[in-house]
Every structure is written in structure tokens, then in C-alpha cells.
Design a binder for this molecule. Sequence first.
Ligand SMILES: [Zn+2]
Length: 219
Amino acid sequence: MFIGHFAVGFAAKRVAPRTNLAVLIAAALFLDILWPIFVLLGWEKVRIDPGNTRFVPLAFIHYPWSHSLAMSMLWASGFALVYYASTRYRPGALMVWGGVVSHWILDWISHGPDMPLYPGGPRVGLALWNSIPGTIAVETLLLAGGVGLYVAVTRGRDRVGHYAFWAYVFFLVSAYIVDGFSAPPSSVDQLVVVGVIASAVLILWAWWFDRHREPRPVR
Ligand SMILES: [Zn+2]
């Protein structure tokens, strides 16, 4: 799952309007922020494997620390506690927790049966990635729903709040399409480095435009 995770971040703004969107997106992406770091450290293993699923040319050989259900709950609790300790904002902390765990659930739907329930435990996955139209339909609908909720509760205060936001949505969709139809990454190093840079840029970008948006007055 790719843009579906962003959808969760956008949607969470409805419950936690005072939390910056960047935090909510970082929560929804959190397991994929840890993953490249753990791969670089050699704690987790991935192999370029064209045809592994029809949509994603990767074999996730070993990733229990970033992508098991049990660890996702642990990371979620850690992130939510740190967030709550620094803001005392309960809806935000709840959405951070839910966002981190939602990543596992969405990945469980899309990945092949390689998602551990706990380190060393059984591996599960519904393999939506074996259907290209199914994958694109589910992710696009999720993103449309998330963005729809976000737009229903926030509005641009100025040009940045308006254009930088819509440019972001456009970028997400185009990057998703290009990525889906381009050749597999040439190496795991390339995959990991692109992953780290993309997360960093997309989180900072969200931080920027979200500060230029305000709650929509309730009619
Ligand atoms: Zn993931």
C-alpha cells in the first residue's frame, strides 16, 4: 500500500483538527519510515524480485521489527505516548496510535502472505497486489475519501494553503502511477535511499501547507 497510507493521515484530521497533518501522515507511514533504516542496519531483509506480486517487484524476506502486528502496536504506543506527553492533546494521540496500526492493516490487505503477526510468528497477507486494477482502485478510492474528509474540515488561509495542498495531492497520484509502471529499482540501496528521501520530503511538505490551512467554520 502506498497512497492509502496518506489517505489515513488526511482522514485523521477530522478527529484531530489541532494536530498538524504532517504528524498524522508520519504516523500512518511510520512502519515504512522504520523499515528502510532497519534494512540499512541489516536487521531486516528485502530482495528485488520482479513478479513476486503483480504490482510490487519485491520479496519481503524478513521484516518483523517494522512490519509485524505486535510491533506495530508497540511503535504506535510509543509514538502516541511521546505525542501526548508533548501536546496533552488526546484526539491527536489517539489518531497517532490508530494511524501507526492502520499501516499494518492496509499492508496486510495488499502484501502477499509475508506479514508476521509477531516476530517469529505466522505470516499473513491478502495479496491485493496480485490484482493491478484492484490495487489501483482501492488505493485511489481511499485517497479520494481521505482528501475529501480533509477538505471538508480545513480550508486554505492563503495561496500556499490552497496550491501547495493540491500540488501535493497531484504529486502523490502521479508518483504512484509512475512508480506502478516503471522498472523495478536497480538495487536495494536505491530502494531504501529513495524511500527515506521521499518520506522526509512528503512529511515536511505536508507540515508546510497544513500550517497555511485553517478549520472550516461549521455551518
Ligand atoms: Zn509498509
